[in-house]
Design a protein around this ligand. Sequence first.
Ligand SMILES: NC(=O)c1ccc[n+]([C@@H]2O[C@H](COP(=O)([O-])OP(=O)(O)OC[C@H]3O[C@@H](n4cnc5c(N)ncnc54)[C@H](OP(=O)(O)O)[C@@H]3O)[C@@H](O)[C@H]2O)c1
Length: 257
Amino acid sequence: MRVLVTGATGRLGRVAVPRLRDEGFTLRAVSRRPGAGEGVEWMTADLASGAGLAEVVAGMDAILHLASSPKRHTHEIDVLGTRRLTVAAGHAGVRHLVYVSIVGVDRVPLGYYRHKLAAEQVVAAGEVPWSVLRATQFPGFLAELLAGASRLGPVVGDPAVLAQPVDPGEVADRLAVLLRAGPSHRVEDFGGPEVLRFDEAARAWLAARRSRRPLLPVRIPGRLGRELRAGALTTTATPTGTRTWADHLAEKGRAPA
Ligand SMILES: NC(=O)c1ccc[n+]([C@@H]2O[C@H](COP(=O)([O-])OP(=O)(O)OC[C@H]3O[C@@H](n4cnc5c(N)ncnc54)[C@H](OP(=O)(O)O)[C@@H]3O)[C@@H](O)[C@H]2O)c1
């Protein structure tokens, strides 16, 4: 199966590309920058302008759409860019588009999540038969969040917010199954093996870094806080991934600096 992977340079894409290649998929990896990787064809395209999209979708059986821009031009890239991609893919006769979304996009009142929900709707309304998988947070993203939350010294955060980190490699394995299954619309959510409170995740992260920084609890107000504490970012769906937050921290600890 010939599969185009958008967002191939991202947290998930970097892991998914070699796994899918090793599973026997013929891959075309795409981002705005030229990349390299053995056994994979790299091309460039920009979802914001549409440049290169017709070329990258040509000859593909399926698309794994991972590209996203949470911080800048999100409407242009995630919503309108996804529309541009589905239109180009429809013209090229692509038979399956798999879109990766986030658990809680329909509950958590954040601008990025509203755009992800809108992008899901674009995929569902498009011409190309589709599947949507919502996943929980990747550990690398959680670690970046914690680093940001401790910029000023203590780790600042709402201790009771719930998260369920999932290994991107295990998400990639699930995506391989979905590609083989064909268009399935919205499939069962995919989360990590354990639900953690923010303070538990932060303490484990600090311990792995041998840091004595304190936690500074700050309750997130309003509906956003209520949803995050009520578990809007988590799922009871099974099966889950198996790699834990502790596994991720141990692996990072072993990695060369
Ligand atoms: N991070 C999480 O915890 C998490 C959890 C669940 C689901 N997800 C979803 O999983 C998907 C992948 O997430 P991620 O964390 O791997 O994302 P990421 O690390 O932020 O990577 C985003 C990718 O999008 C590409 N991109 C950005 N703007 C683009 C544009 N205008 N045209 C073409 N490509 C563009 C980037 O490539 P270049 O910059 O090289 O062009 C990069 O490869 C996203 O849809 C995200 O919403 C993420």
